[in-house]
Write a protein of this length. Structure first.
Length: 140
């Protein structure tokens, strides 16, 4: 008998006038809804990764642009657009998408679909927050 683990996900299609910042805020909210125990740093990094992916899709892709977030052992952020070409790092490893996503995500990949769309997926590791330090009391 096999068991299938389903990972809850939330998807959002950007409106014509919605900016990447608003959609990145949606990603942070959705991640928090999917797992209320996510560390704040992880949620913030997922938002920054989403904003970089969404900015890139708005600049180089074509509508519709959608974003999906899943939470399991990582936070997966997927952005799909319908424009030509795929994002790539320059030979020197730079480029706004490559730098931001490469520094913040443990893995990212691009999938081209038969309908001409593409999906960029970034996996954000769960960043455990340090335990609060015990405060020493000084008696006077």
């Amino acid at each position: 008998m096999s068991t299938t683990l389903t990972v809850p996900a939330k998807r959002h299609t950007l409106t014509e006038h919605e900016c990447a910042t608003t959609a990145a805020d949606w990603v942070m909210h959705a991640a928090r809804c999917l797992d209320p125990g996510l560390p704040n740093r992880t949620v913030g990094v997922a938002g920054r990764v989403a904003q970089a992916l969404l900015d890139n899709a708005r600049k180089h892709g074509r509508p519709p642009v959608s974003v999906e977030v899943e939470v399991s052992t990582v936070v997966s952020v997927e952005v799909t657009d319908h424009g030509p070409g795929v994002p790539a790092a320059r030979m020197d490893g730079t480029g706004s998408l490559a730098v931001v996503v490469g520094e913040l995500a443990s893995l990212w990949d691009v999938t081209e679909h038969e309908d001409g769309s593409k999906t960029v997926t970034a996996m954000v590791p769960i960043i455990e927050e340090p335990a609060p330090r015990a405060r020493k009391r000084v008696r006077r």
